[in-house]
Design a protein around this ligand. Structure first.
Ligand code: NAD
Length: 238
């Protein structure tokens, strides 16, 4: 493992996957889950981010998610998000696999984004299952026309990942020749295991994170810097 990217040229790779976590959006002002100022320092997920909480008190769960939508809507993609978009324009096989629900990659212009944990900007009817994109802040009606509550189309604590989404993410990762992991603590399963899929398939692995993670030793290159700094370093080495 090396602490730099000397000799690593992005244009030597034809199928790049960017695997992103909450740290990717930290420089945009979206709080991470863990660490100082993390969302769960101030809120208790059992009362606002699981199906049990929603079944018990959907209004309270929506108050929390409206607050998150309002906070996230005020945030803008940073230079790192935009660099990923530029790389995707130059190399259309580029894929983003994200654990983030904030829609920041799409706001920056990325097209192929697999959202493992769903999106803050989609709602799903808890009655009939209808799904819609929705960017209202706050949500104008918390109920679908069928009468049942909308719920955020997010994979909450204790929910299972959507099989079609995870299947697409795994297919992209198995086929990639470079995986760049950015701002993930590698402790939320099963997403944390995905870089191992790329390692088994023989891809080159780069980690961008100011801190070590439990998976750091698997990576060929580790850049101990922020997302925007690390992505700039990769792009500058082109
Ligand atoms: P995490 O909060 O567990 O870990 C964040 C990681 O980012 C840490 O390893 C930290 O060292 C690193 N980091 C912090 N600042 C950074 C920066 N400027 N640049 C690069 N890295 C930085 O996040 P996780 O691993 O994504 O897992 C937690 C879960 O949190 C995921 O399931 C995700 O769905 C959810 N989440 C999403 C958002 C979002 O949509 N933006 C925000 C909070 C949590």
């Amino acid at each position: 493992m090396t602490a730099n990217t000397k000799g690593l040229r992005l244009d030597h790779f034809s199928r790049v996957v960017f695997f992103t976590g909450a740290g990717m959006s930290a420089e945009s002002g979206v709080p991470t889950y863990r660490g100082n100022g993390g969302v769960w320092d101030a809120y208790d997920w059992e009362s606002c981010a699981c199906q049990r909480a929603f079944d018990h008190d959907p209004e309270r769960v929506w108050d929390f998610h409206d607050m998150r939508r309002q906070m996230t809507a005020a945030c803008e993609p940073h230079a790192g998000h935009r660099l990923i978009t530029e790389l995707e324009s130059a190399a259309p096989n580029t894929v983003v696999v994200t654990q983030n629900i904030d829609g920041m990659h799409q706001k920056a212009g990325s097209h192929t984004v697999h959202e493992l944990h769903g999106s803050l900007w989609r709602v799903r009817c808890s009655g009939c299952g209808a799904i819609e994109d929705n960017h209202e802040v706050p949500l104008s009606s918390r109920r679908h026309s069928c009468g049942a509550y909308w719920r955020p189309d997010i994979v909450w604590f204790e929910d299972s990942l959507r099989l079609p989404t995870i299947a697409k993410a795994i297919a992209a990762i198995e086929a990639c020749d470079l995986l760049v992991s950015i701002g993930t603590s590698a402790v939320v399963f099963p997403a944390a295991e995905l870089p191992l899929v790329a390692a088994r398939a023989g891809a080159t692995l780069v980690e961008i994170n100011p801190e070590d993670t439990p998976l750091s030793e698997v990576y060929h290159h580790c850049l101990r810097m922020t997302a925007s700094e690390g992505l700039k370093r990769l792009a500058d080495d082109l």
